[in-house]
Design a binder for this molecule. Sequence first.
Ligand SMILES: C[C@](O)(CO)[C@H](O)COP(=O)(O)OP(=O)(O)OC[C@H]1O[C@@H](n2ccc(N)nc2=O)[C@H](O)[C@@H]1O
Ligand SMILES: Nc1ncnc2c1ncn2[C@@H]1O[C@H](COP(=O)(O)OP(=O)(O)OP(=O)(O)O)[C@@H](O)[C@H]1O
Length: 312
Amino acid sequence: MLSVVPRPVTVRVPAKVNLHLGVGLPRRDGYHELTTVFQALSLSDTISVVPADELSITVTGDSAREVPVDGTNLAWRAAELMARIAGREPAVAITIAKGIPVAGGMAGGSADAAGTLVALARMWHLEIGRDKMRDLAAELGSDVPFSLRGGTALGTGRGEKLTTVLSRGEYHWVLAVAKEGLSTPEVFRELDHLRENYSSADDTGTYTESPDELLQALASGDPRRVADLLHNDMQPAALSMRPALRRTLRAGVDAGALAGIISGSGPTCAFLCTDSDAAVTTAAELSGAGVCRAVRTATGPVAGARLIDGSL
Ligand SMILES: C[C@](O)(CO)[C@H](O)COP(=O)(O)OP(=O)(O)OC[C@H]1O[C@@H](n2ccc(N)nc2=O)[C@H](O)[C@@H]1O
Ligand SMILES: Nc1ncnc2c1ncn2[C@@H]1O[C@H](COP(=O)(O)OP(=O)(O)OP(=O)(O)O)[C@@H](O)[C@H]1O
């Protein structure tokens, strides 16, 4: 008898950078109120699922060894959640091809969770509307709804409430990937600590309700205007935990970028460039500066979690 090898369902999911990240006070539930502008970048993870006897995760790519393959992997939790919704066992083998830096402030784990939700909805032929998918994503993590949606969006609440932002043109980025990651909750704690112990708001950021100037700059499509308005309240906390990142930020601007910012909770440094040529020359020069583990170029905005053609 011929045995039929099941075809995998494959989904590509982008990394994110926060063009603006305003952090408010901690809430009762331990999360911080945020106002953030996300942009999805062409750097991505690829998630494939096939039916199997039991749930398993395999990770490939340079940083595979840094990623857990048990129930602490966000993709595992996404599979269990989707199985519960479908009323079945999470009997799937998940393969994650890692292109997004691990613990880099670029929503790598969130991307894998979003990708798993989309892949399993297709593989199990589940009719789940956009709103329900968004709610499932938010249950898994604050960044997961954006990984699902992509593009450019304003995030409020703990970052999970999204509205679309009008953005013109393509933005060219250079990313300096650090040797070692930072833990997101630890960076939030460091920010609270800095705010409790130092009164100067200049050092620890000011939470703004709506980054209107940035939204206007994005609508204009002028990278110079956008570069002037990049802002991250978490940056002082990440720099306090990793002072060497100051050198990385300086090196990117010296190499030709318009501006540099720490991505989310860090430690990846994201540099906005005028165009693709400038990004290539900036990346080459930054690679030689010895201030990071790896240098990548990326463009944004791109779409969120998408099935790859040929998937079932
Ligand atoms: C820093 C950002 O990447 C900016 O987009 C996100 O806020 C982090 O999102 P995430 O990694 O999906 O975070 P979650 O998995 O939801 O939460 C991890 C931990 O980060 C802290 N956290 C996260 C989001 C938020 N608005 N406030 C927080 O204080 C909490 O300690 C939480 O327990
Ligand atoms: N699928 C996954 N990919 C990478 N790390 C994962 C994954 N699932 C769980 N983790 C764990 O989560 C930690 C944070 O990894 P992740 O790459 O999601 O961080 P991040 O990109 O900084 O997150 P964010 O930007 O959403 O705050 C890692 O150190 C790792 O132990």
